[in-house]
Design a protein around this ligand. Structure first.
Ligand SMILES: O=C(O)c1ccccc1NCC(=O)[C@H](O)[C@H](O)COP(=O)(O)O
Length: 210
């Protein structure tokens, strides 16, 4: 379970209490969830061991990404734009690549373009569009024959995540709008309800979700 777009210490603390596996900081200035690097670094300092910190960028300059790496020491980079494999690998860091499901027809082919990615985050937007829209794509489009970690994102919330996991059988889920009061400001009760619904989905599944 990854919560994305956090900007406040209380939200980071609540996420950890709920057993989140990863926390995403949006570090592309084009986003309404952008968090200043100083603040992100200070939030990062309070993240417990075994919780991954993910730095999200989108078609950003290499110099900015190097600065993010040096000041935040993220466990993973998440590239959310049209970055090529060569671009993503130049930083020598583990990374996730977002798959813009509104534009990509053949997910397996897209995945093959990033042989070194640690995983893929399938989100509902089109190429060039931002994530964090709160919109879902058809979960039946999640491929079953791609042997790489596929993370389901886009429009998830407490009311649909159990069904989403049942249909898509992802490696993990990623949520932003569905646990928010407003962009970047998370809502503790929505976070709790989301985590409970996801744990419920895990408890009722009889096979691993990847
Ligand atoms: O969140 C943003 O503002 C954002 C901006 C630019 C590129 C990506 C962005 N977010 C990516 C995500 O947070 C996720 O893909 C997210 O899990 C899905 O968003 P949501 O539909 O809001 O749950």
């Amino acid at each position: 379970m990854k919560f994305c777009g956090l900007t406040r210490r209380e939200d980071v603390d609540a996420a950890m209490t709920l057993g989140v596996d990863a926390i995403g900081f949006v570090l592309t200035r084009r986003s309404k969830r952008f968090v200043e690097l100083d603040l992100a670094a200070s939030l990062r300092a309070g993240v417990a061991p075994f919780v991954d910190v993910v730095a999200l960028v989108m078609d950003d300059e290499p110099a900015w990404i190097e600065e993010v790496i040096s000041r935040l020491a993220p466990d993973l980079l998440q590239f959310h734009g049209g970055e090529t494999a060569d671009f993503c690998t130049q930083f020598g860091r583990r990374y996730l690549k977002a798959v813009p499901m509104a534009s990509v027809v053949d997910v397996a082919a897209y995945v093959r373009e990033h042989p070194q990615a640690a995983g893929f985050l399938l989100d509902s937007h089109a190429v060039g569009g931002q994530g964090g829209t709160g919109e879902a794509f058809d979960w039946k489009r999640m491929p079953r024959d791609v042997a790489r970690p596929l993370i389901l994102a886009g429009g998830l919330h407490a009311g649909n995540v159990e069904q989403a996991v049942r249909v898509a059988r992802p490696y993990a889920v990623d949520v932003s709008s569905g646990i928010e009061a407003s962009p970047g400001i998370k809502d503790v009760s929505r976070m709790k309800q989301f985590a409970q619904a996801l744990y419920q989905a895990g408890a009722s599944n009889d096979q691993p979700a990847h």
